[in-house]
Design a protein around this ligand. Sequence first.
Ligand SMILES: C[S@@+](CC[C@H](N)C(=O)[O-])C[C@H]1O[C@@H](n2cnc3c(N)ncnc32)[C@H](O)[C@@H]1O
Length: 196
Amino acid sequence: MFHDIEESIKKRMQYLENLDQKDRLDGTHRMERLRQIPPDTGKFISILAASAPDGEFLEIGTSGGYSALWIALACRLQGRKLITFEILKDKARLARETFELTNTKDTIELIEGNALKYIHNYNNISFCFLDAEKEIYSECYDLLVPNMIKGGILVADNAINHYETLKPMLEKALADERVDALIIPIGKGELVCRKI
Ligand SMILES: C[S@@+](CC[C@H](N)C(=O)[O-])C[C@H]1O[C@@H](n2cnc3c(N)ncnc32)[C@H](O)[C@@H]1O
C-alpha cells in the first residue's frame, strides 16, 4: 500500500502537507485552515481501513482531501469506495481538485453538506474516520455506532489534543458495551472503536 503510491498522489499529499504546515506557521485562524492529520496518522488509518470488513466506508470532515487519500489507498487495495463529507464550499472545492488531480474520483465520492443529515442513509458501515468539529462528535457517534456492522471500525481524531472537550463522548465510547475501544497516542490521539 505505501510502497507503490502513485506519483500524482504523492505529489498532492506533499502539496497539502506544505499548505497545512504554512497555515500552522502563519498561526492563521482562517476558517479555511486545513487542520489535516499528520502523515503517520494517515498511515495508521489506512492500515485500519485495509483491515476493516466489507461494507460502507465513510469519512466525516474532508477538508482538502488529505486523509481521504490515505483511506483511498486501502479502498483501492480492497476494491471499495470511500464516501467523504465536507460542509464548507471552499474546502469541498479544494478536495474536488485533489481527487481530480490524483485520479481518485472512482474511489472517493465527495458529498458537500452537513454529514449529520446523511449518516442515517448508511446501515452497513464497516469503517468511519470522524474528523470534524468537536461539537458534533457525540451526535455522530450516536448515529454511527448502531449502523456499523460487526467488526466495523470507527476512528475519531483529536482524542488527546481535545481531550477535555471530547471527554463526555470519549468516556461514553470507552464504556460502551457495543464496541471495544481505546485511545492510541499517535498524532493528535485516535479513539479506535471496533463494533462487537
Ligand atoms: C479537521 S478538518 C478535516 C481534516 C481532514 N480529515 C484531513 O485530515 O485531511 C475538519 C473538517 O470538517 C468539516 N466539517 C465540520 N463539520 C462538518 C459537518 N457537520 N459535516 C461535514 N463536514 C464538516 C470542516 O469544514 C473541516 O473542513
